[in-house]
Design a protein around this ligand. Structure first.
Ligand SMILES: Cc1cc2nc3c(=O)[nH]c(=O)nc-3n(C[C@H](O)[C@H](O)[C@H](O)COP(=O)(O)OP(=O)(O)OC[C@H]3O[C@@H](n4cnc5c(N)ncnc54)[C@H](O)[C@@H]3O)c2cc1C
Length: 415
């Protein structure tokens, strides 16, 4: 479909000051913050609800701090969740401590594991008190509306037909496969990753208390999170090897999994077919340009992160906070200029680049090395030996994972 011009208007038009495309962590947090500032904002989410495939469900101390600043933390922590403070691993049979969040000087020194849909529903419910915020579910942005060179909103497909959301500012939070980005013709700079990840869940008995986060063996790597009545498992494979894994058959995969993590033997039967296994094609990329006149992209739409550190959700939330801090006041008066919109990139690009650089270091020095070892014995990398031997060092990876680079605090106006 060609880009829509005002002459090709859909019969149904909704006007808004700001249209946010995508109800993920970035879009729902930004919708909440702009609604809180009294800005007329519409969030479009293409799915009918938030109950989708497994996605990142780690809520880190920096996001917990944001929820605290918004007065939402008590309600949030009442929702079922698990807490993680110490990250321990087995590296070629040797036990190592990777990070210890209890060493952090922060109000919430733990990672809260909560299904992403609970987090998003929570934000949606909390935002209902703002009259200027509307969240439209089952509304998929399919194209941009343009007035000359300026983006003037989006055309959306809904169960009741198409609707044109005419907006002074459109903010794309539609994730790593962003339709808005593609329609805007913005090019992504690929950084690359040596691995993909298979996600699946395995039933857990309450007396299975083993608290190992990562397991690395020659040629294999896996992460397990205790999620109450199940283990969330991430099995790391070399990039592009999913078809080869499938060709070996499900049983061969499950045998490898149980050999690495015997604690999973009782629940492994929950993985009945490859339909129960979700492939995450790992990407690290970013946009050199996050804006066009009338358009801004944030979250995964602007920078897909590696799963290393599980920071994607939190960076998306931090982007949303920075966007509201920088633009909410200006949005009250109209659409910020492209130069003003670009302030978001100028603020957030440094944390994104630093985080991606650290992810690449881990990928190249730990993950690639382990995956390439085949049958040869593994040596614990020097960096992990040092962190494990000197407990005070465990605060450094903990800080990178939990707080991140340049954490944001809420300064946006309240209506
Ligand atoms: C399998 C998997 C595991 C992951 N594990 C972790 C983890 O443990 N920790 C972590 O921090 N991160 C993890 N991530 C990454 C994390 O989920 C993302 O970084 C984060 O969700 C990005 O938030 P976002 O709001 O930018 O985009 P998304 O969460 O991708 O949200 C985009 C939203 O936009 C909607 N959408 C897309 N296109 C349109 C459209 N055209 N119109 C309307 N709506 C649209 C989508 O339905 C979606 O709701 C994982 C990702 C995957 C896939």
């Amino acid at each position: 479909m060609e880009t829509v011009t005002p002459e090709q208007r859909s019969p149904r038009v909704r006007k808004a000051r700001c249209c946010i495309v995508g109800g993920g962590p970035a879009g729902m947090m930004l919708g909440y913050l702009l609604g809180r500032a009294g800005i007329d904002v519409v969030v479009l989410e293409k799915h009918a609800d938030f109950f989708r495939d497994f996605r990142g469900d780690t809520v880190h101390p920096s996001t917990l701090q944001v929820l605290d600043e918004l007065g939402l933390i008590d309600g949030f922590l009442k929702l079922p969740h698990q807490r993680l403070q110490k990250m321990d691993g087995l590296f070629g049979g040797a036990k190592v401590r990777i990070a210890d969040l209890s060493r952090l000087k922060t109000k919430y020194p733990f990672i809260a594991f909560m299904p992403q849909w609970d987090f998003l529903n929570f934000l949606r419910e909390a935002g209902k008190r703002f009259a200027s915020l509307e969240v439209l579910m089952s509304a998929e942005a399919i194209d941009l509306i343009r007035r000359g060179d300026t983006v003037a909103g989006v055309r959306a497909k809904t169960p009741d037909g198409t609707v044109d959301i005419e907006a002074d500012l459109t903010i794309a939070c539609d994730g790593r496969h962003s339709t808005v980005r593609e329609r805007a013709g913005l090019a992504v700079e690929e950084i690359g990753a040596p691995m993909d990840v298979l996600w699946f869940r395995v039933g857990r008995k309450l007396d299975e208390t083993e608290n190992l986060f990562a397991r690395v063996e020659p040629g294999k790597m896996m992460i397990t999170f205790d999620r109450g009545d199940y283990w969330q498992c991430a099995y790391v494979i070399a990039k592009g090897q999913y078809d080869a894994v499938k060709a070996r058959g499900l049983q061969a995969l499950l045998d490898d999994v149980v050999r690495m993590a015997p604690v999973l033997s009782h629940g492994i039967a929950d993985v009945k077919s490859f339909d129960d296994v979700k492939l995450l094609t790992v990407a690290i990329n970013r946009l050199p340009r996050w804006t066009q006149p009338g358009l801004l992209l944030i979250g995964d739409a602007a920078h897909a992160m590696s799963p290393v550190g599980g920071v994607g959700v939190n960076l998306a939330v931090q982007d949303a906070v920075a966007t509201a801090n920088l633009l909410a006041g200006k949005l009250m008066r109209g659409c910020p200029s492209e130069q003003e919109l670009d302030a978001v990139r100028r603020r957030r690009e440094f944390p994104v680049k630093m985080t991606q650089a650290m992810q690449v270091v881990v990928q190249n020095n730990i993950i690639s090395g382990a995956l390439k070892r085949g049958g040869q014995p593994l040596k614990v990398p020097l960096i992990l030996r040092a962190i494990s031997a000197w407990p005070w060092l465990q605060g450094i990876p903990a800080h990178f994972i939990a707080i991140g680079v340049r954490p944001e605090h809420v300064h946006s106006p309240v209506a």
